[in-house]
Design a protein around this ligand. Structure first.
Ligand SMILES: [Zn+2]
Length: 87
């Protein structure tokens, strides 16, 4: 799969697996590389499409950004616990 090949050349550094695209689902909690101005790094996914809408868990502000851009900012995706407890 080639994404954005018409826009920029893909550099393969050999240390990262760029082919692995995180699968974002509604209700997932995203831990971002950069915290929101309010200090919170966790966001809840509200809507997924070509654009992804997320809401800050700290201040409740919602943000819409292109999925491609968002994926570069994600540090970790946490799926909501369906059963059991998850602290
Ligand atoms: Zn915030």
């Amino acid at each position: 799969m080639v994404i954005g090949a018409n826009k920029s050349t893909v550099k393969i550094c050999g240390r990262e697996h760029m082919a692995v695209i995180p699968r974002i689902c509604i209700g997932d909690v995203l831990e971002m590389k950069k915290p929101h101005p309010c200090g919170e790094k966790h966001y809840t996914v509200l809507r997924v499409g070509s654009d992804v809408r997320i809401v800050c868990r700290g201040c409740g502000r919602d943000i819409t950004m292109p999925r491609e851009k968002l994926e570069k900012c994600i540090k970790k995706i946490k799926h909501p616990p369906s059963d059991g407890t998850d602290a």
